[in-house]
Design a protein around this ligand. Sequence first.
Ligand SMILES: [Zn+2]
Length: 425
Amino acid sequence: MLFSHQIDWHRGAVSSMLQTDAIVHRLGCLKPQSEMHAKEATSAIMRASLRELKSRRREMVRLLGEFVQCESPSYDKALVDRFGEVVQAEWKRRDAKIRVLRQARHGDHMRAEVWLGEGQPKGQIMVLGHIDTVYQAGTLAKMPFRISRGCAWGPGAFDMKAGLVLALFAVDALKALGARPTKRFVFFWNTDEEIGSETSRREIEKEARRSELVLVLEPSLGPEGRLKTARRGVGTAEVIVTGRAAHAGINPREGVNAVHELALQIGRLMKMNDARRGITVQATVIAGGTVSNVVPEHARAEVDIRYTRLADAPGLDRKLHALRPILKGARIEVRGGVNRPPLERTAGGSRLFQHAQSLMREIGVSLGEASTGGGSDGNLTAALGVPTLDGLGAVGDGAHSSREHVVIRTLPERAALLAGLLATL
Ligand SMILES: [Zn+2]
């Protein structure tokens, strides 16, 4: 655990009291700041942000529509970069200092720095999100952006273009209220989150190390919009089997059946599951063989790995790569392994959650926390010992599916939560 990342909550609360003087005046509260209790100041920020953001709800939905209509599939650099430019333009409009991290293969990542305080910032808050989606180009044709039943629907609306919108409007709200936060904000948007963050991982980790805490705008969980304080670690592997082809009727003994070998290997994979330790290893895609009367020469399986404890990662990797052929003459190759470490519930993370919870209480919203099996880039930053709070994005459902949607009514309160965190941490 890095002590420099520990948060001085008491000092944070007091400094928020001082910074919010301007806001308090705008609210017509004329008590001198020395008499203002930190709690009152926090409450003032939350209520004022919510009021401001509620008045901009339509604009938020309009921008979400623009974002969703600009498709950004992870594997399509041209499309992702086009969307990246749309997002950059929004940040430029807010006077953010933008740095584009050019990439050869995937879309360019971006970093937008915002400093609303006076003098020198006292540290940095990283806000993390991604601009890529899992949807192929052209998905909009059959799944257009639409508003219905109080929700905004469309590919990537929930995961996580609404999160990108929340960030922009949270900054707007802080500006409108004249807040003077003590920390610099760095909004880091990567373009390959949905495919494992291979090209952005190092940059994310570098930025996280420079930050006191990380707020992740991934979708929240459930209709109550719970935050994610624990996530399981993730891995993906591929088991590739090579046997020897032969006529299944005439000379079957000359063959080595790759499908049989793979089936035996899957049996071994199943043995790696350990419910008690929270480890699951599953063959999720299999392929093999050519036609029914030929002993198959090739077979392969894709394997999904989830685990709860960071300490289990090396053992899992070792077991996977220790798989050896069972049938005589068969060869196997294992690619991949554990990738994102788990986001373990730490003291720093849960203090962050409690703070978020208290902010939402000020505007009458009860906020819960949850643990989830899905991984995000928050897993990477948490593994460095930097307090990380995930699931701060929109409320909705159906991520990665044709039912993907965001609950419009909750957009202002979620943006207010982010604004409140940025102003008071
Ligand atoms: Zn996501």
